[in-house]
Design a protein around this ligand. Sequence first.
Ligand code: SAH
Length: 257
Amino acid sequence: MSNENKTIHEFDFQLICEFFSNLERQGPGSPEATLQALSFIDNLTDEAHIADLGCGTGGQTMVLAQHAPGQVTGLDVFPDFIDIFNRNATQLGLQNRVKGIVGSMDNLPFAEGSLDLIWSEGAIYNIGFERGLNEWRKYLKTGGYVAVSEASWFTDERPAEIHDFWMTHYPEIDTIPNKVAQVQKAGYIPVATFIMPENCWTEHYFASKVTTQEIFLNKYAGNKSVEEFITLQSHEEELYRKYKEFYGYVFFVAKKL
Ligand code: SAH
């Protein structure tokens, strides 16, 4: 297919999706962090219904499904991720319990009060932390849980360079106490909050991107959009290594009142 008729923006979006399709996960995280968050959740049975919103290709969803009972629906806005997701579920023999569907987290296809657990790793930022917590609550049963990871500040103050970077990319980033207060205000009991270890970024995210970056630069040699995209990724990684005492991903586990 030719890209001539596409706007730069559409073309970039396709490229970004193609890039991330090649990775096991599309954001910082690890099987250990997923299981740690799951360890706080005590309401699941074989009849449970779990939704993983912004599931990507399902790295964390499969870990979740292998350690929790019930039906798991992964939802993502990008169809190619969902194809890979469903292929992964079948390969792991989970196809009867785990299903990926295309949809948007701002318009969920679930009945109100039908979910036992809403999971979302590195994805709630797409509609915003507070908005997601508020809007998703009605889909949960009373006593149901939400478990989301979200970029957060570790300190009240931080160097201007990293502050400005986040203000440009996600101004809703906030300190952990402020995020916990938002959880409570949205009608949940904050059950557990923990900082995801550094290896969620270094080992499970940045390291896995190296090969894909090389393949991409070869495949699209001379393509400015690709070069800029890879440069931005390297910049993000450099900033993380330089300022990791000041921010990271935090898991918030909470129960609907
Ligand atoms: N949870 C995965 C993916 C995180 S990346 C992981 O931890 O690896 C964020 C994901 O959110 C991407 O897969 C992206 O396609 C998806 N996304 C972005 N906007 C969305 C929306 N409005 N509804 C559902 N998914 C969305």
